[in-house]
Design a protein around this ligand. Structure first.
Ligand code: CUA
Length: 153
């Protein structure tokens, strides 16, 4: 084995040990774990499980809303939500059938909606306009018809 090969091999092994060590320290000492969904739901019983038994937008105060949305082939329920400018909307979405996407244009909201789980994310809508809500996970023959909108005015 060439000397340069041995140096690269040793450097690679040391790097691996250092990286695994960092992961180990972060996981055990700093308690850093991969993000995980904490909320589960029985996908067969969404229609009977509050708050998804009554999907829609709820007003918490003048500028805070919660939106409970059921994504199913091939629609979002509700498909249109209207909020005043400056509103923070906490989105909660789940699916009774297959994996869907939940992407709102011109925001950082881009979630997977997986049966059995409740996906959540929030956004403050500072600019008036119509924001498209799109399914960006291929979910079947009607995937390209699956969209909604958030109207901010
Ligand atoms: Cu739902 Cu694509």
């Amino acid at each position: 084995m060439y000397r340069s090969e041995r140096i690269w091999l040793i450097a690679g092994i040391i790097t691996l040990i250092v990286f695994l060590g960092i992961l180990g320290v972060a996981a055990v000492h700093d308690d850093i774990v991969p993000p995980s969904h904490l909320k589960t739901i029985d996908p067969a019983k969404i229609a009977q499980t509050p708050p998804f038994d009554n999907p829609g937008l709820r007003r918490l105060d003048a500028h805070t809303y919660e939106a409970y949305i059921v994504a199913r082939i091939f629609s979002f329920n509700p498909s249109t939500m209207t909020v005043p400018v400056g509103s923070t909307v906490h989105f909660y979405a789940t699916s009774p059938d297959v994996v869907h996407g939940f992407f709102i244009t011109n925001t950082a909201i881009n979630m997977m909606v997986v049966p059995g789980w409740v996906s959540e994310d929030s956004h403050t809508f500072e600019t008036p306009g119509t924001y498209l809500l799109l399914c960006n996970e291929y979910c079947g023959s009607g995937h390209h018809f699956m969209y909604g909108e958030v109207v901010v005015k």
